[in-house]
Design a protein around this ligand. Structure first.
Ligand SMILES: C[S@@+](CC[C@H](N)C(=O)[O-])C[C@H]1O[C@@H](n2cnc3c(N)ncnc32)[C@H](O)[C@@H]1O
Length: 255
């Protein structure tokens, strides 16, 4: 396996394993949360849903099954192919998030698993929020999760192990923020052992570091009404202002 050149290539190489690496993520719970958010804070009455950085389409599948008309966007063809298999009903778009071009079309837009941070630099992340504003119907809802740049713990990471057939994978990810500027790095290390042969992928994704307050202020300047919640998909829990891992809910006013 050649070392991947960028995030794009890495997701292409990993797409077939992605769901297995993410097996501990409770997608059903996240989707139920998104629906509760729409019911509680949304004012549009439709069921048009769009997922930014939809990956292999896990959120799309749950929302289709809940009766939504769904669309998804990702900049990885390989991830979209997985999504198309899972969700033949979905309208899928190969594009960069910052180039989303829809107007007054969706009741609910989501961007999960911290994927908003993939937009770098900060102006590009803000462009995504601005495009989401345009794409929502009046009364529609944008929901996403994010981590505050002031709370990045450089020494902490996540390692997942996967064993299947004759191969073993070790998938390790870790964020690093130098403490200044908007550059956030995501370090990934994937080790594969199969039949006595070991392969190593190492990669560093460029992401954007931003604070919750900066995002909140930008969304409010666009016209959104904003609620910041703790990163707890079991229930709504207002942000205590001190934690660094949050869910942002932004409602576009009806008029
Ligand atoms: C961590 S995965 C999350 C996928 C999915 N949201 C989930 O929760 O499983 C990040 C996804 O973002 C996509 N991605 C990264 N940068 C992107 C960009 N600038 N525009 C669109 N998609 C992007 C990747 O291809 C990948 O599918």
């Amino acid at each position: 396996m050649a070392p991947p050149e960028n995030a794009h290539q890495l997701y292409a190489d990993l797409s077939q394993y992605y769901d297995r690496f993410c097996r501990d993520i409770n997608y059903a719970q996240q989707c139920a949360y998104a629906q509760r958010v729409l019911a509680a804070f949304g004012r549009s009455s439709g069921n048009a849903y769009f997922d930014l950085a939809c990956g292999t389409g896990q959120h799309l599948r749950h929302l289709i099954d809940a009766g939504f008309e769904v669309g998804g966007l990702d900049n990885s063809q390989a991830m979209l192919e997985q999504a198309a298999q899972r969700c033949p009903e979905a309208h899928l778009v190969l594009a960069d998030m910052a180039d989303m071009a829809a107007h007054n079309r969706y009741d609910l837009i989501s961007c999960f698993l911290y994927s908003l941070h993939y937009n770098h630099p900060l102006q590009r992340l803000e462009q995504v929020l601005q495009r989401a504003w345009c794409a929502l119907k009046p009364g529609g809802i944008l929901v996403f999760d994010m981590v505050d740049k002031n709370g990045i713990e450089n020494h902490r990471g996540l390692t997942t192990y996967l064993q299947e057939d004759n191969q073993t994978f070790e998938f390790a990810s870790r964020w690093h923020y130098a403490g200044v500027g908007d550059l956030l790095q995501l370090h990934l290390r994937i080790h594969r052992h199969a039949q006595g042969v070991s392969n190593l992928w190492q990669d560093c994704h460029t992401m954007t570091a931003v604070s919750v307050t900066e995002v909140q202020t930008f969304l409010q300047a666009l016209g959104f009404e904003v609620w910041i919640m703790e990163h707890n998909y079991e229930r709504f829990e207002a942000w205590d202002g001190a934690s660094f891992n949050v869910v942002v809910v932004a409602a576009k006013p009806e008029n």
